[in-house]
Design a binder for this molecule. Structure first.
Ligand code: E4P
Length: 284
């Protein structure tokens, strides 16, 4: 059963239906799931085949991704599942939209994950206009969060995924990004984009994201089980231990055109390249 007083939705960050079942049994509830190409490459059945030397054609891999998503859907029962598009430096808005249209038919409650890039936000806009839900991933700056809000005005089924752990890894406090984005939306009284805290590395980050007000937190099987073992805390018993320098809050308008915002961030580009490499590593 979901802990009393918990407003935040809890998602599993993974791409293995066996883990989804295990977490649902362990926690007694699970609100949704987030996947990406790296997580797909770690799926136990796919890993076994890859380790024995098997590679897939693109259509075979998409079929495997689809089947796993449908297995996860049957366990989660209507909760949101994020499915990530393939994107690299040569991708166009149309490429991403075509993938998104396909993924959106895989289950009832799909959020199509697009990167927080110019192309990604162009695709977000088109997908939203086609009635498709979107999760903008690889978000590493408050300005990207502002652009996502500005470009999705009028729609209410959009997530932004600020990545905590990957900012910590470069010496910047990733939790500040979640706090800043949530504060920016609150100060402008506009929460049509829901904040999904991602790249969560430990229980203190999961709990802090709940305290901050993030509407959704996604975390690995390991972190979710540890959270349960600690009795599902909803508040930290001490101040959150920041893992890098705090990122200062900035004021950004939420109603400017796309070219007003600087979307560049080294970790967005690096993350997109890594996801593309992990996808290609499974293809013959
Ligand atoms: C979820 O949507 C993200 O893809 C995931 O949390 C990234 O986590 P990582 O930084 O541990 O790869």
């Amino acid at each position: 059963m979901k802990p009393q007083g918990l407003q935040t939705l809890i998602y599993l960050d993974g791409c293995d239906a066996k883990d989804t079942q295990e977490i649902k049994n362990e926690l007694g509830f699970l609100d949704g799931q987030t996947t990406n190409p790296t997580l797909l490459s770690k799926n136990s059945d796919i890993r076994k085949m890859l380790d024995s030397g098997k590679k897939f054609s693109e259509s075979e891999l998409l079929e495997l991704y689809k089947s796993e998503i449908q297995r996860i859907d049957s366990i989660i029962g209507g909760g949101s599942i994020s499915v990530e598009v393939y994107a690299d430096d040569t991708s166009t808005v149309e490429d991403l939209v075509a993938q998104g249209l396909k993924f959106s038919k895989w289950a009832k409650n799909i959020h199509v994950k697009v990167p927080a890039t110019l192309i990604g936000l162009g695709a977000m806009n088109k997908l939203l206009n086609s009635g498709i839900q979107v999760n903008v991933t690889l978000c590493f700056s408050q300005e990207q969060g502002a652009a996502i809000s500005a470009l999705s005005r009028g729609f209410d089924n959009v997530y932004v995924s600020p990545f905590i752990g990957r900012l910590d890894d470069i010496g910047q406090d990733g939790m500040s990004l979640v706090e800043n984005i949530y504060r920016m939306y609150s100060e402008q009284n506009d929460h049509h984009v829901r904040t999904l805290a991602a790249s969560v590395r430990d229980v203190s980050q999961l709990v802090r994201a709940i305290e901050v007000g993030a509407e959704i937190v996604t975390a690995s099987k390991k972190v979710l089980i540890e959270w349960k073992d600690r009795g599902f805390p909803l508040k930290l018993d001490q101040e959150y231990q920041r893992k890098g320098s705090p990122i200062p809050y900035q004021d950004f308008p939420l109603d400017e055109p796309l070219n007003f915002y600087n979307l560049n961030h080294e970790l967005t580009s690096k993350g997109q390249t890594q996801f593309a490499e992990d996808w290609k590593s499974m293809i013959e």
